[in-house]
Design a protein. Structure first.
Length: 278
């Protein structure tokens, strides 16, 4: 099966969690029919890619077994692929990625950056598909205990560079690699803001960068009520759009979001403004 390469920036990746326990939309699209309908809606709203995931990676989440993960995502991927909708598979497991590619996924979005399953590089190299390598230090259950950095920007950059080098050494083409700073994964709010403010340091690695801040808890903390109660996940859309616009201005390849229409609209405004300035 031949797989197209990367889309032209800026890419809007729409989130489709086929899970009962994801942090902001768990359970909403847990059955095949509702997930396919939502994937179709995201495409109509302007998503360039639909990111299909069957295992929650929110902080503290427990793992599911590979069969459960595959059973959740494969029928959805087949259904959307039959409609010509381009997808990525959000998984850390090589076998699930392989099955998803066979079912019609075009990109592997691996939040472990190849560290969770040593077989992932072989699968990606054989498929010739793009591979998103996210910065990662451990599985969700205990990852926040690993949020210790002297210089978070420099350390994330160096660790992503090593992950990319390992992928290339395993046979993955350099022009198929995308890197992701992994906001919220073994990161505090301060770490997330520092990485967001210094995306150029990651872009300088020479790989396209995917940025995913959508609805994350650090935005809820920023928007907290006077009594300190964080803004609920479903009420962080404006903040999410702002982070996406700033990231695209900084030069990222793509943004991963729940609110596709709002993001697409905002990026049209940015593009029109930039064109008028030339």
């Amino acid at each position: 099966m031949s797989t197209p390469g990367l889309l032209t920036a800026p890419v809007v990746m729409g989130v489709l969690n086929v899970t009962p326990d994801s942090f902001s939309d768990g359970g909403r699209y847990a059955d095949v029919d509702s997930a396919i309908v939502h994937g179709r809606e995201l495409r109509i709203e302007g998503a360039d890619l639909i990111d299909v995931g069957g295992e929650s990676t929110r902080p503290g989440a427990e793992r599911v077994d590979a069969r459960t993960e595959a059973d959740r995502v494969l029928p959805v991927i087949r259904g959307l692929a039959a409609e010509g909708i381009r997808m990525s598979i959000d998984t850390t497991r090589a076998r699930v990625a392989e099955q998803a590619i066979e079912a019609g996924a075009a990109i592997v979005n691996d939040v472990s950056g190849g560290l969770a399953d040593p077989g992932m590089a072989k699968v990606v190299a054989a498929a010739g598909c793009p591979w998103v390598l996210m910065h990662w230090r451990g599985h969700s259950r205990g990852m926040q205990e690993l949020a210790t950095y002297g210089d978070v920007v420099a350390e994330v950059r160096d660790e992503l560079s090593r992950q990319a080098d390992a992928a290339i050494a395993a046979g993955v083409a350099a022009d198929r690699i995308v890197v992701d700073p992994g906001l919220g994964f073994a990161k505090t709010a301060a770490h997330n803001w520092a990485l967001s403010a210094h995306l150029g340091a990651l872009i300088s690695l020479g790989f396209p960068v995917l940025f995913g801040a959508s609805r994350k808890s650090y935005l809820g903390l920023l928007l907290a009520d006077a009594d300190g109660t964080p803004r609920p996940a479903g009420e962080r859309s404006a903040a999410t759009v702002a982070t996406s616009v700033l990231a695209v201005q900084a030069g990222v390849w793509g943004v991963r979001v729940h609110e596709v229409r709002d993001t697409v609209d905002a990026l049209r405004v940015l593009r029109a403004t930039e064109q008028a300035a030339t």
